[in-house]
Design a protein around this ligand. Structure first.
Ligand SMILES: [Ca+2]
Length: 107
């Protein structure tokens, strides 16, 4: 049992090392049409999108994959609007952040 645990830790460490070596290119910010990561998924890569195309004002949940540190959603195009919110891991329900079907750009 102890050895099995060590192997698991080693594998995870290896995966983390691989992710770090890959750098920001492997970081993905994914918005979802519905809450709890349902419906259409829109992958925005490492972010910095002045407009969200098909996802415009439709996203209801999101995920931020490591090694991305975070993403910021904006209620306006080109990082504008009256509201913005930073997310570090993601959010299963953007209603909790008053951001349901509201995001129009992201960093
Ligand atoms: Ca939605």
């Amino acid at each position: 049992m102890k050895n099995k645990h060590k192997v698991t830790v080693g594998l995870i460490t290896g995966l983390l090392a691989a992710a770090v070596v890959a750098g920001p290119a492997s970081a993905n910010i994914v918005l979802y049409q519905h809450i709890n990561y349902g419906g259409t998924a829109w992958d925005f890569g490492t972010g910095y999108k002045q407009s969200l195309g098909d996802a415009d004002k439709r996203a209801s949940s999101l995920k931020v994959s490591k090694p991305a540190n975070s993403t910021i959603l904006y209620s306006g195009l080109s990082y504008g609007g009256t509201a913005s919110q930073e997310f570090f891991i993601g959010a299963p329900d953007l209603r909790q952040w008053n951001f349901n079907d509201r995001a129009r750009s992201l960093k």
